[in-house]
Design a binder for this molecule. Structure first.
Ligand code: IPM
Ligand code: MG
Length: 357
């Protein structure tokens, strides 16, 4: 198979972790006889510094011409004072939207080997948990009308949330389909006791649930969901929710695994092209020091092989290699937990995973 991949290394540790994933993908392609090419494009602060724009047209066009996109991370204190439309984060929203990637899959599972890293007590974690957050990614309040106006108390800022039935149905469908491939439980999270958008969302999800009688469907208010995630995470299989609620709950879910440096994500649209990125950020404090954990990006590359290219066996091989390396006790600094062993660097960890492949 021929794979043309656009690389968006981005800022901070982005370049190091993307290069690790590129090495792992290269090795996998070699082993399974695929031809893989990588074309780098600028995004985020790096793009702003070079071109004055966080998301240059060349990057959007390059991604549109690729089969799939691998992203590191964007942002850092250097760009924090920029106006909203020049900020690195704007590029992330922009590329998701330009590629039509409305479905964001964020798995959060507890790795048995890293159990001690979870901040949750054993009595809560029980036999572990493995959940998937399906976050709507191109609508809602992150994309609604915003601005300044004269209000009751003088000048005020506002952001608005809107969700159409069409947008809700397509993310709902993605979530029901994902649930069908897992334990067939789907919880839709909203704030229907307050928000009109949530009431329409809930009504739409209920209608959709009729089409998936095998899926055990439930609704939950977002404040309760935030609480239930730390009270009993294993009650969840798939969670579907809006852009903002998904942003917040996915950070919470990643933290209770104790290993945010391990969690991958996929952003998908109606075609096969996707954007794959680690859940964590650009970690400017350790950038360029070869200390970052490359595993989340490597696992994102595995998700790419699975979802964009249908290369199940290859994806499984990468995930199994990561499991073996962890089981053998190798750790980067962020996941050493109680262990006294010296942590591996980013490149050493990459090397171990390539060996295990
Ligand atoms: C995420 C991030 C982004 C988001 C930011 C950086 C724009 O928090 O991917 O979760 O809110 O989507
Ligand atoms: Mg976030």
């Amino acid at each position: 198979m021929e794979l043309n991949i656009a690389l968006l290394r981005g800022d901070g540790i982005g370049p190091e972790i993307v290069d690790s994933a590129v090495r792992v993908l290269g090795k996998t392609a070699e082993r399974y006889g695929h031809r893989i090419s990588f074309t780098p494009y600028l995004i985020g602060g790096a793009a702003y510094n070079a071109t004055g724009e966080p998301l240059p047209d060349e990057t959007v066009n390059g991604c549109l011409a690729s089969d799939s996109v691998l992203l590191g991370a964007v942002g850092g204190p250097e760009w924090d004072a920029l106006p909203g439309d020049k900020r690195p984060e704007k590029a992330l929203l922009g590329i998701r939207s330009a590629l039509g990637l409305y479905t964001n899959l964020r798995p959060a599972k507890l790795y048995p080997a890293l159990r001690s890293a979870s901040p949750l007590k054993d009595s809560i974690v029980g036999d572990g948990f493995d959940l998937l957050i399906v976050r709507e990614l191109t609508g809602g309040i992150y994309f609604g009308d915003r601005g300044y106006r004269d209000g009751k108390y003088g000048q005020e800022a506002y952001d608005t949330e809107a969700y159409s039935v069409t947008e809700t149905e397509r993310i709902g469908r993605a979530a029901f389909e994902a649930a069908m491939k897992r334990s067939k439980r789907l919880c839709s999270v909203d704030k229907a006791n307050v928000l009109e958008t949530s009431r329409l969302w809930r009504k739409t999800m209920h209608a959709l649930s009729e089409e998936y009688p095998e899926v055990e469907y439930s609704d939950m208010f977002v404040d309760n969901a935030a609480m239930q995630l730390v009270r009993d995470p294993s009650q969840f299989d798939v969670i579907v929710t809006s852009n903002m609620f998904g942003d917040i709950l996915s950070d919470e879910a990643s933290q209770i695994t104790g290993s945010i440096g391990m969690l991958a994500s996929a952003s998908l649209g109606s075609g096969t092209r996707g954007l794959y990125e680690p859940i964590h950020g650009s970690a400017p404090d350790i950038a360029g020091q070869d200390k970052a954990n490359p595993i989340a990006t490597i696992l994102s590359a595995a998700m790419m092989l699975r979802y964009s290219f249908g290369l199940q066996e290859e994806a499984d091989a990468i995930e199994a290699a990561v499991d073996r390396v962890l089981d053998a006790g190798y750790r980067t600094a962020d996941i050493t937990g109680d262990s006294s062993a010296a942590p591996l660097t980013c490149s050493e960890m990459t090397e171990k995973i390539i060996e295990a492949l």
